[in-house]
Design a binder for this molecule. Structure first.
Ligand code: BJ8
Length: 425
């Protein structure tokens, strides 16, 4: 399909065409500098390059085609929203988290200035009419996680078809019961939206589909831990980002093909960085596409990222849904149990996260951990203090960085990362 044909599609979605052209231009240049300049990338990454080059083209066309066939599009911002339920009513789920500065001034008319960049970005993309995913959605599902998101959804609901799930703030039995109720309430909303019933058969199939994607990403995470690292952290971050909007079955097959190539590379003892390159793990806020700033700074300073403790990383792939159960009721319980394992910083207390971070850093044999928080993100900034103490007690060096989506602090970040790497020698 030609750019011209896409243009008609974008016009039909009421995008601001001139601003959208500008965005795609910047994104293309950014991608070229950060991704295409890498040496020794695997052939399997061509699929990811293609998907990203068509991020506002072919994939949006697929969503429009799905809509024409009567399927509904559901947009989400958080890994708490169970994709399995959307798939069970034959809807398509896409992640709407945004990782670029866009429409910031407009966003600041709806939310306070001291709101994190991720929230401002999804609001900005909507108000500036730049996101064909948001404009394709029949339903956008928010969740009561951090205060910033909760309150932003109230304002966002004036501009988009919103539905909000109540995510509990503790892991008590009462919280688990509340979450199960919320899942049932959401399931009824999806059934009303699509006119389709969630059956045991459909839900079992959806659970298998999403688990298969998680397993492929788990396999990728195991392979990337090899020494020397066979794939860059930047590429794995991109893969995780794409997992939120690509077709799940196609994506899983592509990642498994890439993993086959990684196995070959590991067998040959080849890597994308020298054996002795410092191995780092990132921990903290999610990095939504196209937020590649910090990984680029880190890896262009000579280190290699071997793990992301984040929702666009292992928090989203670590736990599977039990596939051994048979009835619809048992499946809903299995889903509730799996989602309640998510160790988001919005929970209190949230000691599992500390345990998971230490275990992950130890398993990956990292030389250090970089904690990443978006400016004005209270939950992750608070937990950062505890994480640092925990890592220090385990003799794992760490540093904390706070940033946003602007490019103004790139040099400053580089200086701090290089200083940290010096301490690891
Ligand atoms: S389960 S991490 S995806 S809520 S950066 S908006 S926390 S102020 S993104 Fe998240 Fe779900 Fe939790 Fe994961 Fe608020 Fe912080 Fe902004 Fe954040």
């Amino acid at each position: 399909m030609t750019q011209e044909a896409y243009r008609e599609m974008w016009e039909n979605l009421n995008l601001d065409i001139a601003a959208h052209d500008g965005l795609l231009g910047v994104l293309g240049k950014f991608y070229g500098d950060i991704y295409m300049s890498q040496q020794g990338r695997l052939g399997g990454m061509e699929y990811l390059d293609f998907v990203l080059s068509e991020v506002h083209g072919l994939r949006i066309k697929e969503l429009q085609d799905a809509k024409a066939q009567g399927r509904k599009i559901v947009g989400t911002f958080c890994v708490f929203v169970p994709e399995e339920l959307a798939l069970a009513v034959d809807a398509v789920q896409v992640g709407l988290c945004a990782g670029a500065d866009a429409g910031k001034e407009a966003a600041e008319t709806l939310v306070p200035r001291n709101t994190c960049a991720l929230i401002k970005s999804f609001i900005g993309f909507k108000l500036a009419r730049l996101c064909p995913y948001t404009e394709s959605c029949d339903l956008i599902v928010g969740e009561t996680t951090c205060d910033g998101k909760k309150k932003a959804y109230e304002a966002f609901a004036e501009h988009a078809p919103m539905y909000v799930m109540e995510v509990p703030q503790t892991k008590s039995p009462a919280a688990r019961a509340l979450w199960k109720e919320e899942m049932l309430r959401y399931m009824a909303r999806l059934e009303a939206l699509t006119g389709k019933k969630v059956t045991a058969e459909k839900l079992a199939e959806a659970i298998r589909t999403v688990n298969a994607r998680r397993r492929a990403l788990q396999r990728l995470n195991r392979l990337r831990a090899a020494v020397p690292a066979p794939i860059s952290g930047r590429d794995v971050l991109l893969i995780n980002q794409v997992s939120f909007y690509d077709d799940p079955v196609r994506f899983t097959a592509s990642i498994n093909t890439l993993c086959d190539q990684l196995e070959e590379r590991i067998k040959a003892g080849e890597g994308v960085a020298p054996k002795d390159a410092p191995r780092l793990m990132l921990s903290g806020c999610p990095m939504a596409v196209p937020n590649w700033k910090l990984p680029y700074v880190i890896e262009s300073s000579g280190a290699i990222i071997v793990g992301e403790e984040s929702c666009i990383g292992t928090r989203n792939t670590r736990d599977l849904v039990d596939e051994s159960v048979r009835t619809l009721e048992e499946m809903l319980d299995a889903l509730a149990d799996r989602y309640m394992k998510i160790d988001c910083a919005c929970f209190t207390p949230n000691n599992e996260r500390l345990e998971n971070i230490e275990a992950m850093a130890t398993d990956l044999k990292v030389d250090g951990v970089i904690q990443y928080a978006l400016m004005f993100c209270q939950p992750y900034a608070h937990e950062g203090i505890k994480v640092e103490k925990r890592l220090t007690a385990a003799s794992i060096p760490s540093m904390s960085l706070e940033t946003d989506y602007s490019m103004e602090d790139v040099e400053q970040l580089k200086t701090r990362v290089e200083a940290f790497l010096e301490t690891l020698k």
